[in-house]
Structures are given as structure tokens and as C-alpha cells.
Design a binder for this molecule. Sequence first.
Ligand SMILES: Nc1ncnc2c1ncn2[C@@H]1O[C@H](COP(=O)(O)OP(=O)(O)OP(=O)(O)O)[C@@H](O)[C@H]1O
Length: 617
Amino acid sequence: MKKVPEERKGSTSSFQPPAFGPGPAPGRGPGHRFSAKSAKPKDLKNTLRRLWKYFGEFKLLLFGIFLVILISSFIQIVSPLLIQKAIDQYIIPRKLDGLFKIVLAMIILYILNSIFAYIQGYGMMIVSQRAVFKMRNDLFSKLQRIPIKIFDTRAHGDLMSRLTNDIDVVSNTLSASLTSIFSSIITLAGSIAVMLSLSPVLTILTLLVVPLMFGLTNLIANTTRKLFSQNQKLLGSLNSVIEEDITGQKVIKVFTREKNEIEKFERVNRELTQVGIRAQIFSGIIPPLMNLLNNLAFIIVAASGGFLALKGFITVGTIASFIQYARQFTRPLNELANQFNQIQSAFASAERVFEIMDEEEEKHAEDEIEIDSLKGEVEFKNVWFSYNKGQPVLKDISFHVKPGQMVALVGPTGSGKTTIVNLLSRFYDIDSGQILIDGIDIRKISRESLRKNLGIVLQDTYLFSEPVKENIRYGRLSATDDEVVMAAKTANAHEFIRHLPHGYDTVLTDGGADLSQGQRQLLALARAILSDPAILILDEATSNIDTRTEKLVQSAMLKLMQGRTSFVIAHRLSTIRNADLILVINNGQVVEQGTHEELLQKRGFYYNLYMSQFAVV
Ligand SMILES: Nc1ncnc2c1ncn2[C@@H]1O[C@H](COP(=O)(O)OP(=O)(O)OP(=O)(O)O)[C@@H](O)[C@H]1O
């Protein structure tokens, strides 16, 4: 049995270890100039609207940041004018005291500018961290509401990556890029306006380098973007090799495939390195190229400015301030080009987050009822079910279980036993037919109250990285320590817990990996005992349990089953023999049902199954 999530209340689907990060977030690392991801947002308007839902909560703060950006951009724009004034009014006429004042003014302005830059960075960081805090919380609580189907069909690593890496990209990029884009646009517009007022001719000459700058940058950016995207894909492959290597260590060791794994890793690693180097080389062309073009603009301004000054059209101070403007003007241009790609990848990441937020939640019927306690009568009436449309896994299943009966589900692997209990717990809803509990269609019962009355104990129990006693208490959060110990005693778990280093306070690691499978099952049984469900679903262990523990598990299971309706995915002959009803499942159908004796007498499917599996025993 495999697809039923954890013990009762269906809340502990075991997560795989995280992928090892999707590589550097755009904006970090040397290749950040062109976002490493080539991903583009699919529906920008919608994404922006939804992001505003998170960021818009801080309107006042954002307005303040915008004001600070305005002021610092203004300083940026007027500073070169002071240089002009200094040269034309004080240096050339040799008025030293005036020069001193203007230098002081410039120092003050530049210091103020740095302070404002800090304030805007700080403010934006606060806004984005708070917005992202809410987004992360929303996504996590959404995960608790989406159906098990999503966890069954999506890679767990991918889901985790959306919660961590993608949200990180949104937060880091948006906070850095938004302020930078704001200030770039204002500085750019302001600088052009002042330049035009100083000398329209010189402005046009300076602007001549802009198309050249854009054309060349774009040309290189296209190649680099492809290389970075390839780099990202290879990083993904490298991550999955590492992930599989760690998860499958036992298999690798047993088959002594360590050498193959190393070779596999080396292959991907080498490819990644080659692509990485090419990407960095290409993107490395950009800064010197920009420098060259900046200097070109400088030469144009100096040469043509000198000519215009000699002819008496402009002053020397104007040339000096123009040189400053030309530099100041190319910087935001570069910045805008850089930010464009990063912002795009932030939007793409935001979309990945919103995609999960848009997943359909478990549906609730309008006339849903809450049930307090159940007698435990269960009936399947002509139930059909398919995981994928058009491929029925359960076909016309019908059976009736009286309260307190023990039902054994038997049948070949893949026949549909797990699916039956998946449906009973409403992890999935049926296509047609009816499942009735105490005569009520389970689609009318709220999932929460239904699951409160169900207990599920799987072969492979998931335990949390918490003390043993808290893991047991998970069955009923209000249970006292004494009740926890009582439950452990009933589940035959008390003895082994006592011998753990810190007894009930021993903190378990990695889903209980430091316990044996049998011990984990005993804890799961204690959990179920504490929750005291009306209907029990048990999956008998097939392997990995020593005979002594197996006996303990068996007897705990028997105690737990007493007085409750129980469904056991049975592997042990003794369980099957004791069952009040055996459902023989084959190929998604109940092919036979009855007690052990009745079914043997039939000499049909069950008889053959029994003879092949147990006759020797
Ligand atoms: N989440 C899923 N999505 C699609 N198909 C699934 C899913 N879970 C199970 N199946 C398919 O449904 C069929 C029944 O599977 P199920 O797990 O119910 O069998 P089972 O009788 O419990 O098998 P086993 O004894 O090996 O645990 C199988 O063919 C399986 O491949």
C-alpha cells in the first residue's frame, strides 16, 4: 500500500528532501546581468494585479519610499549644475570663497543622497519582506487545503521550491529592482530635461550612442540568455542526480553502483561547467563594452562641446556638467536593461506561486453535515473511480460492512485495495455510485468530521522531528502525558520507548528514520489508540519487522480493532482468517466476498490466491 497519506486527519504527506536550490537567484552571482531564468510571465497583467494585493497593503510606506526616491533623484539631477556653476562663476573668475561654498553644498548633497539611498533600500526591504511573509503563509496554508491528488501528481521538490526559492526570488528581486527602476526613470527623464535646457545640440549628440548601446547589448544578451537558460537546466539535472543519489543511497550501495553514480555526476557537472564558463564569458563582454561606449559619449561631448565653447555657444562649465550628465544618464539606462530581465523572472516566479494558490481546493457540499460519533456501518454501492479520466481503477464496487466488523482486503498488487481506502477517507472523490457511512453519503459529511472518525495506520509511518510523546499526542492534541503513556502501553510501545535515550522526550529525526519500521508502526498504533476512531484502516506490514516486534504489532492491532469497524489491507493469514468479511479485489473489482471458509469452499479466485500464497505455510 502506498498512496494513502498519513495516519488520521490526512495531514502529513511525507515531503522528500528539498532539491538543492534552483541555482542562484537572479541578481546574485556574476551572471545576474541577464537573468539566469529565461522564464517569462504568461499573464503579466494578472500577476501584477495579484502582486499588488500583497504589496498594496503598504501603500503609505511605498508612497514614502517614492518621495525619498524623488528627492534623491532630484539631488542626482541638480548636482552637475553645481559643477557648471563652480567652473563658470567661481573657478574661471577666480572667486575662491564662492567655490568653497559650492563644494560644501556638493558634499552635503552627496551625503544626503547616500542617506536617502539607504532609506529607500531599507524601506523597500521592509515592504517586500512583509509582503512575502504573507505570501509564504498564504501558500503554506493553501497546501493544507488542496487535495491529496496534487501531492500525488506534482514533484514534492517542485512544490517546496515554489514555497522557498520562488518566493525568495520575488522578494529579493522586487525590492531591489523596483527602487532601481523608479529612480532610473526619474533620473533619466530629469537629466534629459536639464541637458536639453543647457544645450539641445550637445544633448542630441550625446544621445547618439544610445541606439548603439541598446543594439549591441541586445545582441549579446540574446546569446547570453540562452546560455544561462541552458545553465539553469543543467543545474536542475545536477540537482536531481544529487537528490536521487542521497535518497537512493541504500540501493546504490547494495548494487555497488557508486562508480556509476560518480561518473553520471561528473558528466553533468562537466557540461554545467562548460556552459557556465561560456555564459560568463559572453556576459563578461558587456561591462567593458559599456565602458567603451561611455567613453565614446565622453569624447563626443568633450570634442563637440569644446568646439561649441570655442565658438561661444556654451560655457566651459556647461561642458563639464554635460560630461557628468552623460555618465549619469548611461547608468540608469544600463540599470533599466538589467532590471528588465530580473523583473521578468520575478514575475515568472510569482506566477509559479500563484499557480499553486489557484489550485482547486477540496470541494465542500453546500448541505454538508458534521458528525460527532459513528456506529461504523460502511457501504459501497456500485462505486466507480478513476485517477485519470477514462481509465477506471475501481469498477462497480459494492459491499456492505456492519458496525464493528473486521474486513480484510486481499488481492494482487495494483488491484485497487489502497484506492478503496483512499476513497473511504475522501482523499479522492468517486466518479459514480455511493459510499455510505451509517447510511449517510460521505460526500455530505464534512471531510474534517469524517476524518476525525477515521484512523489510518500505514506500513510506512511518518513521524515528525519532535519528541516521541508529541508524535503520539498527534492523535489527540488534548491528551495528557498520562494518556499518552497509556496509549503507548496499549500499543505495546512503552517498553521500547522507555529504552530510548530520553524516553518519551527523545526527539526523533528525519521522519523517524532512527527507529525500526516495527517501532514506527507501534507509535502509529499508539497515535491511533489515542484518537479513538470509529473506523480503522490498517495496512499490515509485509516485511522488515522481526518476529518479536511483529507479534507486538499484531496484538496491538487486535486490541485497537476491538469494537470498531476495521479495514485491513491484509498480508497475514491469521488476520485474514479472523476477518468477518474478506473482500477479494482483482483488477479493480470485488471478484469474491465472504468469510475465509466460505471462500475456500468456492474454490475460485481466493482459493487459488490462498493456495499460491499460504498453502505451504
Ligand atoms: N495517484 C495515482 N494516480 C494514478 N494512478 C494510480 C494512483 N494510485 C494508484 N494508481 C493506480 O491504481 C491502481 C490501483 O492501485 P492501488 O494502489 O489501489 O493498488 P493496491 O491493490 O493497493 O496495490 P498494492 O497491494 O501493491 O499496494 C494501480 O494500477 C495503480 O497504478
